[in-house]
Design a protein around this ligand. Structure first.
Ligand code: HEC
Ligand code: HEC
Length: 320
């Protein structure tokens, strides 16, 4: 219920006019067909390869380890050590070789594994639900075009109390792509399938997005990269109001912000391959959101925050 109300609110908000000066030009109408389109999405937009690979956490931009792109990762993370991101290369025994296209797509947009099990939400199917049929098919075609890698991964051992709460998403039905004539609509689509909200929208204790806080930041990410919170992306002074379109595109392509470099757990090492048109569309969408006042700063020590309920840098500056 909460989630549905939140996404309805998001839709309404997105219809409000944004910063007119920040409107980008029309994105390219022609998108490359699969598997080139699939490669673009899997690598640079939807982060499949970022999660489904062993990562070199010491290298610039956190690239996949040599030969391991798409071959899975175990343990998935420090905070979810009992989870593995499966091998998506076409190896028949340890990877996706025996999955049908339906099984593959059901995992992406519905959160149901090839064996019928409901997947843990670390696999961001809720973000992928709005992915078009064409894009989902292009991604599957891309993974099928990779050389098979033999890599057996441990079965997940999801704690029973968490497993008992998992529910698959309803089937997405037929999903069309966004109206590419509208940068805001295009950007809304891209921000969803690029899982920006998976990190930048704070969740409550049950894992549900906090209503009214879409893209307003606060989610904690702890691991070999450090211990950070994803900041506010709404067009407020405490968010990206002052960054501007140019600064935003530059940050997404280089990790460079005015005065500091972003930790690569903000996956700019992958997003940097996004086209300028697509990045400008994402910016147009974010600029069209309702501004939320929520200060977050990773360069200062965490203090309690009454707005998102979790401690983070500059938490004390926020009121509810
Ligand atoms: C934020 C990390 C993350 C991203 C991004 C991500 N995945 Fe996953 N994925 C996971 C994890 C973790 C699992 C395992 C969940 C479980 O075992 O319950 C998973 C499970 C899956 C499965 C189920 C495999 C099976 O055993 O049935 C498929 C298929 C899959 N992902 C494909 C994709 C594709 C394609 C993309 C990009 C469109 C993608 N994933 C993006 C983390 C991610
Ligand atoms: C895996 C989690 C994750 C995902 C996915 C993610 N981000 Fe981030 N993002 C972060 C974190 C963490 C930071 C803070 C990094 C730092 O402080 O060094 C950040 C910082 C940023 C910043 C800089 C903001 C500031 O005020 O410093 C921008 C802009 C940004 N992200 C945009 C995006 C967009 C747009 C998307 C989707 C296309 C996205 N992010 C997806 C985790 C993520």
């Amino acid at each position: 219920m909460k989630t549905r109300a939140a996404s309805a609110a998001l839709l309404v908000l997105a219809l409000l006019p944004g910063c007119a000066s920040a409107r980008p030009p029309r994105p390219e109408l022609m998108a490359p067909g699969p598997p080139e389109r699939g490669r673009y999405l899997a690598l640079n937009v939807s982060l499949c390869v970022f999660c489904h690979s062993e990562i070199d956490w010491k290298a610039e931009g956190f690239p996949p380890r040599a030969g391991g792109a798409g071959a899975g990762r175990a343990p998935f993370s420090e905070t979810l050590p009992w989870l593995a991101a499966p091998n998506l290369t076409p190896d028949p025994d340890t990877g996706a070789g025996r999955w049908t296209d339906e099984q593959f797509e059901r995992a992406i947009r519905q959160g149901v594994g090839a064996d019928g099990r409901t997947l843990h939400p670390a696999m961001p199917s809720a973000s992928f639900r709005s992915m078009s049929d064409e894009d989902a098919a292009a991604i599957v075609a891309y993974f099928r075009s990779l050389p098979p890698r033999r890599k057996a991964l441990p079965s997940p051992r999801i704690p029973p109390e968490i497993r008992g709460r998992l529910r698959p998403l309803p089937p997405p039905g037929r999903v069309a792509g966004p109206d590419r004539e509208s940068p805001v609509r295009s950007g809304e689509y891209l921000a969803a399938i690029a899982t920006c909200g998976h990190c930048h929208t704070p969740v409550d204790d049950s894992g549900a997005p906090i209503p009214g806080m879409e893209f307003a930041g606060g989610t904690r990410l702890k691991g070999p990269w450090g211990d950070l919170h994803a900041p506010n992306l709404t067009p407020d002074a405490s968010g990206i109001e002052c960054l501007g379109e140019k600064g935003f595109v530059h940050a997404m392509k280089t990790g460079e912000m005015p005065g500091h470099t972003l930790n690569a757990i903000m996956p700019w090492g992958f997003y940097r391959g996004m086209t300028d048109e697509d990045l400008r569309a994402v910016f147009a969408y974010l600029a069209s959101l309702k501004p939320v006042r929520h200060f977050i700063d990773n360069s200062v020590a965490p203090t309690p925050c009454r707005k998102c309920g979790r401690p983070h840098g500059l938490g004390e500056k926020n009121s509810d």
